[in-house]
Design a protein around this ligand. Structure first.
Ligand SMILES: Cc1cc2nc3c(=O)[nH]c(=O)nc-3n(C[C@H](O)[C@H](O)[C@H](O)COP(=O)(O)OP(=O)(O)OC[C@H]3O[C@@H](n4cnc5c(N)ncnc54)[C@H](O)[C@@H]3O)c2cc1C
Length: 323
């Protein structure tokens, strides 16, 4: 397994659980890429059928894990009609009302927040982790190589001629000191109309304004001054944070495939090489669930409950994406 973010760890854990010998390579410490920057919200609501099915698998896997807090999640909007395609909207829960500008929400009570670092540490127990930066050209392949390098996957694989493109997109997370309205068990809330979310936690809250900039030229992670425009978006969505101290901003890259679905399948041209990447903004929500599907496919089992061809974006688009 190359890469020890949530994808690599989830896949290593599942492989080991099934009795496979797995070695995980991660030079910078587990969950140190995008997995360190994420908000860890596990979201089953409001996504498409594939992501929803993967998120429901993840929720089953993490439900009783101490790293998971089942606080619930709310997709919020001003107009209930914006939400009706996904379910029956209800007035925003009382505890969110003083914080949020929107008044309608779609509540997913089983959703919550995963402490990704903590989960990765526990899930990797018993798996040999090698703290080496592996060069693709150095891999002398025995068995199977699974590529789970997040935003690094494309350039790593290109070293050996596996040229597939992931689209990196930046997202900032603004850290806010704990305030009176914020509680550990507060449901996370995503304001669809204003494109911002908020999730609370013991170390304060994190909020994010959507930022869909193409970030191919940027290093995979960074930290810097808080951009006023991001604060404005967050405060527009959550006026209850207007007096918050927006201390710092970190950004990481979410890496998307052309179709938005993750890649969890074999390389169409090179035997024994598998891809497990392209989790975009849904790695915490989907990677643990997708790891089950990955190994079902490795073992040649039929996956009954979802359309696995959608996880084969490489198979259907790989050639076109060459170069
Ligand atoms: C600001 C932000 C907020 C987010 N919020 C959420 C959220 O609330 N919910 C959600 O579900 N998702 C969220 N995401 C998305 C989620 O964080 C990602 O989908 C997920 O972390 C991707 O995991 P990964 O394992 O694929 O990649 P990464 O976590 O980036 O892991 C890749 C690993 O590969 C390693 N690596 C690099 N080079 C090598 C090498 N040569 N050899 C070996 N290893 C190497 C890196 O060190 C890294 O640890 C967010 C992302 C960002 C940036």
């Amino acid at each position: 397994m190359v890469g020890g973010g949530i994808a690599g760890v989830a896949a290593a854990r599942e492989g080991r659980r099934r009795g496979h010998d797995v070695v995980l390579f991660e030079p910078s410490g587990l969950a140190s890429g995008a997995s360190a920057d994420g908000a860890g919200m596990v979201r089953s609501c409001g996504v498409d059928d594939l992501e929803r099915a993967l998120a429901l698998r993840t929720l089953r896997i993490v439900a009783d894990d101490p790293a998971f807090r089942r606080v619930g999640g709310v997709l919020a909007a001003d107009d209930p009609a914006q939400l009706s395609a996904w379910g029956r909207p209800a007035p925003l829960p009382v505890e969110l009302q003083p914080l949020a500008a929107a008044r309608w929400g779609l509540l997913a009570p089983d959703d919550g927040v995963l402490d990704v670092q903590r989960w990765c540490d526990a899930a990797s127990s018993g798996i040999p982790v090698r703290g080496e930066r592996v060069a693709a050209s150095d891999v002398s392949k025995r068995g199977r190589v699974i590529l789970a390098l997040g935003a690094w996957t494309t350039s790593w694989a290109a070293e050996i001629g596996l040229v597939r493109r992931l689209q990196p997109r930046r997202r900032h997370l603004l850290h806010i000191e704990r305030g009176p309205a914020l509680r550990d068990d507060l449901a996370w809330c995503w304001d669809l109309g204003r494109g911002a979310y908020l999730r609370s936690g013991s170390a304060g809250a994190v909020a994010s304004a959507c930022d869909v900039l193409d970030a191919a030229h940027l290093p995979p992670r960074g930290e810097g001054a808080v951009e006023p425009a991001h604060v404005q978006t967050v405060v527009d969505a959550f006026p209850g944070l207007s007096t918050g101290d927006f201390g710092r901003s970190r950004w990481g890259l979410r890496s998307f495939t052309a179709t938005g679905a993750p890649w969890a399948g074999p390389d169409p041209d090179r035997d024994g090489w598998w891809w497990f990447c392209g989790f975009g903004g849904f790695g915490a929500s989907c990677a643990p669930g997708a790891a089950e599907v990955l190994w079902d496919r490795v073992e040649g089992r039929r996956v009954h409950d979802l359309d696995v061809s959608r996880l084969d974006v490489l198979g259907t688009q790989g050639s076109a994406a060459r170069g």
